[in-house]
Design a protein around this ligand. Structure first.
Ligand code: GTP
Length: 577
């Protein structure tokens, strides 16, 4: 393929705006997949993606397209939609001087008003409204214009085929039988089957067993040329060997490594532990494999007295965390304990002993268990984000109340057309990670949109809150909260725990505490669950069966002191705020 006939592009949009549907239409139009085989969302391959209808993992496909007698190679990267950062991404693309093609989707909807959206785009992004392409990905309306625009408005990649090989690993997956499959974009040179290649990151040498294009499934070819995007299998067995952002070059022909990627910054941290410590090694390898597929998850080893050895993982957001957990369970059959998610707080230390210990004055706390006491710090800091909300005017009042309840400070408010308002608020990150988006959607009947970007740190009055069951701390539920919110959050957690804890032989006191001060309390009354009461003497095999069932049920329990807690009780409580 001549370089001037190659285009690389990706589709960026909010969750649910139709990226995957559009990608499917593009695959159909270019004959990459068959229209007749009910190919719903071919690029969303994972079970969790099909179930939740969201894209978790970026998928790449090469499309061949004929236009005015010329054949083009269009490389599409389907981007994951688990971050509400479309606006921030637009400005990143703008700064990197990438071509942006605005596409307005879902014009088939009864209440669609594409002209109004065009004007909004012009107002917010300064893109002339006549550049917008109006489509219905669902019906296929006008989708061909998107391909035309890709060819006309995006320049061919700037690459050099005569130079020695320089390939960027931009994604990699692990296949149980074939090992690591690295997705690569070639900036310079050529790579063929049989070539000896070196990883700039590990300096290890490999022989290329297979190269090919993604069409959208892997299709072997003899070579890949600069400007192409494809995959490569080279006997990398260990998941750490194919790091995203790494550069591959030919043996004895070293090149300057490509800049790679700025790693995504985790916003939410949680502890993860195997339910049973004997599962530690299995869980470790599952986490390694999944993080190879999702480099935005950070992993640190961690341990807790109550939960044993485990990890502290960093995620882009709560949905990202839930999806990761679901994938562990579905794809690796792992059973894990997750602790209350927390954002990366900071503390400026005053205690010289602690400063010595950490070798730093300002520390980041991603584990509430390590939250330093107030007497040892000058101040605490919390991460903040600049949130953008666009809403029909009629919901503005309610939304402003919601934002204020979340400790947000208004920065701006403008009308972007006759009845739409754009609000900008500075939010403490922890106030939006759990359920802000859901609350916003429900009070605006689904019409308000939310987008946020990193805005640094601000001083905050924080406290560590423990949850106790009959006086014993529940490690999973230790959290750091804002002083003003401690009471309401503590009360809500106690109430939820009360609803989800089964009665036991003795009374259970559920308490929320800050240091030694109890700030909320609920009680679960004693009760004896007698499984044998049901079978009036009689049948011994039935008795055995029931006893066995009760024993199995207990395996899914966690014992805190003498109190048995079903695993799903934690999950319910983790969603409280
Ligand atoms: P994520 O993968 O979660 O980021 O979502 P997405 O942006 O890929 O959205 P997806 O393609 O999964 O579409 C979301 C929903 O919108 C699905 O129910 C689609 O059927 C629907 N949808 C997509 N395009 C259109 C369209 O043009 N018209 C209408 N009416 N519905 C559409």
């Amino acid at each position: 393929f001549p370089v001037e006939n190659i285009r690389n592009f990706s589709i960026v949009a909010h969750v649910d705006h139709g990226k995957s549907t559009l990608a499917d239409r593009l695959l159909e139009l270019t004959g990459t997949i068959d229209k007749t085989e009910n190919n719903k969302q071919v690029l969303d391959k994972l079970q969790v993606e099909r179930e939740r209808g969201i894209t978790v993992k970026a998928q790449t496909a090469s499309l061949f397209y004929n236009c005015e007698g010329k054949q083009y190679l269009l490389n599409l990267i389907d981007t994951p939609g688990i971050q509400a950062q479309t606006v921030a991404n637009f400005f990143l693309a703008f700064e990197a001087q990438l071509s942006v093609i605005p596409v307005i989707n879902k014009i088939d909807l009864k209440n669609a008003d594409p002209e109004r959206v065009e004007n909004q785009i012009e107002k917010v992004f300064d893109i002339p409204s006549d550049e917008c392409i109006k489509i219905s990905a669902k019906l296929g309306t006008n989708v061909e214009s998107v391909l035309q625009a890709v060819i006309e408005r995006i320049p061919p990649p700037k690459v050099h085929r005569k130079n020695p090989l320089r390939a960027l690993v931009f994604d990699s997956t692990f296949d149980q039988y074939r090992g690591v499959i690295a997705n690569v974009a070639l900036f310079d040179g050529v790579v063929s089957k049989g070539d000896k290649i070196v990883s700039a990151h590990t300096q290890k040498t490999y022989e290329v067993n297979e190269v090919g294009v993604l069409n959208p499934n892997e299709q072997p070819t003899h070579k890949l040329y600069a400007g192409q995007v494809g995959y490569l299998i080279a006997g990398m067995k260990n998941v750490i060997e194919a790091q995203i952002g790494d550069t591959l070059y030919l043996h004895k022909q070293p090149v300057e490594p490509l800049p790679g990627f700025k790693s995504a910054k985790p916003m939410v941290f949680a502890g993860m532990y195997p339910v049973d410590q004997s599962e530690y090694n299995n869980l470790k390898s599952a986490i390694e494999k999944l993080t190879l597929n999702d480099s935005s998850v950070t992993v640190h080893r961690d341990s807790s007295l109550a939960l044993g050895a485990g990890w502290r993982l960093g995620f882009l957001g709560l949905l990202h965390m839930e999806v990761f957990n679901q994938r562990l369970e579905q794809e690796y059959n792992a059973s894990v304990i997750l602790t209350t998610p927390t954002v990366p707080y900071k503390a400026v230390l005053s205690s010289s002993k602690l400063i010595k210990e950490y070798r730093e004055k300002e520390i980041t706390i991603i584990n509430p268990a390590q939250f330093p006491d107030k007497s040892k710090v000058t101040e605490y800091l919390e991460p903040v984000v600049l949130g953008t909300i666009i809403t029909p005017d009629e919901y503005t009042g309610k939304i402003m109340m919601l934002c204020e309840a979340r400790r947000a400070v208004q920065k701006n408010m403008i009308f972007i057309d006759q009845n739409r308002v754009m609000l900008k608020y500075l939010f403490p990150l922890n106030e939006i990670v759990v359920d802000f988006y859901d609350s916003l959607k429900s009070l605006s009947s689904g019409y308000a949109s939310f987008d946020y970007e990193d805005a640094g740190y601000q001083t905050a009055e924080l406290v560590k809150m423990d949850i106790l069951l009959n006086g014993n701390t529940v490690e999973e539920l230790v959290t750091v909260v804002h002083k003003d919110k401690a009471h309401s959050i503590g009360k809500a957690i106690c109430e939820r725990l009360k609803d989800s804890l089964p009665r036991q032989l003795f009374e259970i006191a559920i308490q929320a505490a800050i240091g030694s001060k109890i700030i909320a309390r609920e009680t679960v009354k004693a009760y004896r669950k007698n499984v044998l009461a049901k079978c009036y003497g009689g049948d011994i095999t039935r008795k055995m069966k029931l006893l066995k069932r009760q024993a199995e049920g207990k395996k899914k329990l966690r014992k805190i002191g003498n109190v048995e807690v079903p695993k799903d009780a934690f999950i319910k409580v983790l969603k409280t705020r």
